[in-house]
Design a protein around this ligand. Sequence first.
Ligand SMILES: N[C@@H](CCC(=O)N[C@@H](CS)C(=O)NCC(=O)O)C(=O)O
Length: 218
Amino acid sequence: MIVVHHLNRSRSTRVLWLLEELELPYELVRYDRDKHTKLAPPALKRIHPLGKSPVIVDDGVVVAESGAILEHVVEVHGHGRLVPTSIEDRRRCRYYMHYAEGSLMPQLVMKYIFQQTKAAVPALMRLPVAGLVDAIAARTTDPNLRAHVTFLDDALKQSTWLAGAELSIADIQMSYAMEALASRTTQVPSSISVYVKRIHDRPAYQRALDKGGPVTLP
Ligand SMILES: N[C@@H](CCC(=O)N[C@@H](CS)C(=O)NCC(=O)O)C(=O)O
């Protein structure tokens, strides 16, 4: 039996979505973020030293890091499902499995930190600090995120799902970042909003939300 250590409002929803797509049984252990810091509670460190979510325990084996978890689950329990069959689509799938957390999420997290910095500054300092933060963002995250959006828009014009005509673990891995992009970037092309809606319309995704709660992005 797979045990999912699930932090509310987090990347962990991807694991629940995968398990629901595969119709695998699992046990859910819930953790709530600290109301002020938004960090995970220390109890998660008892499962994995970094104390991040998602983390699963499968037959006594601890697996952390979303991409590694998705690959582990399809390898051990998937019977070939949610993994593209052609070499070309598999190559694309592998690319997005790494790209999601390695390239796209760092830009989104940086943008989030910039926004939080502006919000945390005392009123007197807000104007100069906001000016400085915006100037840094204008030279770093903003142009980077625009390039990512163009790249993903082109990709989604070529196929329904990111690694071909069928849903794969690449889409599940990319879902959290795509939702963040759709909610945090002002001008999102329709290809991305339609793609996010396609994800939201899947019954398995809705079951994941029913069990794990909403994915409210920071
Ligand atoms: N790259 C990791 C990121 C894990 C991660 O940072 N998870 C967040 C939730 S979205 C977390 O646990 N945050 C709480 C904390 O940092 O205390 C993955 O994809 O699994």
